[in-house]
Design a protein around this ligand. Structure first.
Ligand code: PMP
Length: 459
């Protein structure tokens, strides 16, 4: 047990290699070490005894909020009864079987089965291999390319880091790798042709996708992957008509859709799945964060009936699916998932999102929408973002070296609220736990307005 804070910090800097952290600044002590020691509801407490409203639910994952004894008890019970058994060659546990059924029952009607992993990244790695296996099984081995979108986020493995369309995840690692391609981001606020309506811009995105498929040859393009609402790339809901227009292009060239619902799955948009929310017809749905609300690591690939049939046919020709993780369908994580999905139903948390989500977004719009340096306030369900610009009329962005988004997030933190400075652009993101109350929504809005004023003045 570490209690002296200077000792704890020294151990951290000397031994702990943090993910997504600037190594030099952290090791030299130029950026803060924060040790989180406890949490309840929407609030977290750190080792210095400070409490913050966590308006990003960890990494948009603690969806049911912190301190849920129902999930902790389910984990404990499972650990006592059966801490582990694998899922290879037809093995299962009650928890993993029950969770599979609960997931497929909640998924869009045409979905069939779920393959479990541990993280969103490994689930998307699985998806890529499923797509390749499927097309080999169907006797079209040349159909392997996967199209993603600039600003999409799909993980940080080698192939999934390639799917991700953000420079930070590419440049220092020689990514992206073939056969991953990128197309236009559905980012209406940042469109090049300012005269386009939302529908026109959506059509433009669909046209660009079609152009890319034709250039590459439809017989070589296997799949398209996208988040229903762009997440880490800026929290950007799709422009009007986007998904139906994209879906039409995919159907025309027999290109499968992968809906990456790591953030949107299990309620965040006010619907169980973003695919239902926007009328998408995916062959694969990626799930992670929300399936256990991060009480234990668990992810999955939900497979459509059509794809399942092809895979079964392929297995007869190609042999068993040679892909698995030791911890696939880990019973402790599955038990956490069962308790979590039950809690979302019992507490009617998706209904709460439908009520508090729009209330929160309107609060942000009313408090900030008219400010000269607020370009856009946007959101869907309990996802929201405020994008800052140097000049709204000219649509001019700040020089990234000014780090305006990071400064506003820091000023908000000083006021007791955690929002997230998104990695590209000056964007403050919010994704609070589903149990957010209107009072807490008001508090987040009020503190955000104060933080914005402290950094940008009251213009
Ligand atoms: N897909 C999406 C849409 C995500 O937001 C994330 C994580 N932020 C991932 C995949 C990767 O998940 P993980 O970090 O668990 O690997």
């Amino acid at each position: 047990m570490l209690d002296a804070s200077n000792e704890r910090e020294a151990f951290d800097r000397d031994h702990f290699f943090h993910p997504s952290t600037h190594m030099g600044t952290h090791a030299r002590g130029e950026s803060p070490t924060r040790v989180i020691t406890g949490a309840e509801g929407v609030r977290i407490t750190d080792a210095a005894g400070r409490t913050h409203v966590d308006a990003f639910a960890g990494l948009y994952c603690v969806n049911v909020g912190y301190g849920r004894s129902e999930i902790a008890d389910a984990i404990s019970k499972q650990a006592h009864e059966l801490a582990y058994y694998h899922a290879y060659v037809g093995h299962g546990t009650d928890a993993s079987i029950q969770l599979s059924k609960m997931i497929v029952d909640r998924a869009p009607d045409h979905m069939s089965r779920v393959y479990f992993g541990l993280s969103g990244s490994d689930a998307n790695e699985t998806n890529i291999k499923l797509i390749w296996f499927y097309n080999n099984a169907l006797g079209r081995p040349e159909k392997k390319k996967i199209i993603s979108r600039w600003r999409g986020y799909h993980g940080s493995g080698v192939m999934t880091g390639s799917l991700t369309g953000l420079k930070l995840f590419h440049d220092a690692f020689d990514l992206p790798r073939a056969p991953i391609l990128h197309t236009l981001s559905p980012y209406y606020f940042r469109r090049e042709d300012r005269s386009m309506s939302e529908e026109e811009f959506s059509q433009h995105c669909a046209d660009e996708l079609e152009k890319l498929i034709l250039e590459e040859g439809p017989e070589t393009v296997a799949a398209f992957i996208g988040e229903p609402v762009l997440g880490t790339g800026g929290i950007v809901p799709p422009p009007a008509g986007y998904w139906p227009k994209i879906q039409a292009v995919l159907d025309k060239y027999d290109v499968m859709l992968v809906a990456d619902e790591v953030v949107t799955g299990f309620g965040r948009l006010g619907s169980m799945f973003g695919s239902d929310h926007y009328g998408m017809k995916p062959d694969l749905i990626t799930i992670a964060k929300g399936v256990t609300s991060a009480y234990a690591p668990l992810s999955g690939s939900i497979v459509s009936k059509r794809m399942w049939d092809g895979l079964v046919q392929g297995a007869d020709d190609l042999g068993a699916f040679g892909h698995g993780w030791t911890y696939s369908a880990h019973p402790i994580c599955a038990a956490a998932g069962v308790a979590n999905l039950q809690l979302i139903d019992d507490l009617k948390l998706i209904n709460n999102i439908r009520e508090v989500g729009p209330y929160f977004l309107n609060g942000l719009k009313n408090a900030l929408g008219d400010k000269a340096q607020v370009g856009e306030v946007r959101g869907e369900g309990l996802l929201a973002a405020v994008e800052f610009v140097e000049d709204k009329d000219d649509h001019r962005f700040f020089d990234p070296s000014q780090k305006i988004g990071a400064k506003i997030a820091a000023a908000l933190f000083e006021r007791g609220v955690i929002g997230r400075a998104m990695p590209e652009g000056d964007i403050l993101g919010f994704a609070p736990p589903f149990c957010l109350t209107k009072e807490d929504a008001d508090l987040i809005v009020g503190k955000t307005a104060e933080a914005v004023e402290a950094v940008l003045g009251n213009g």
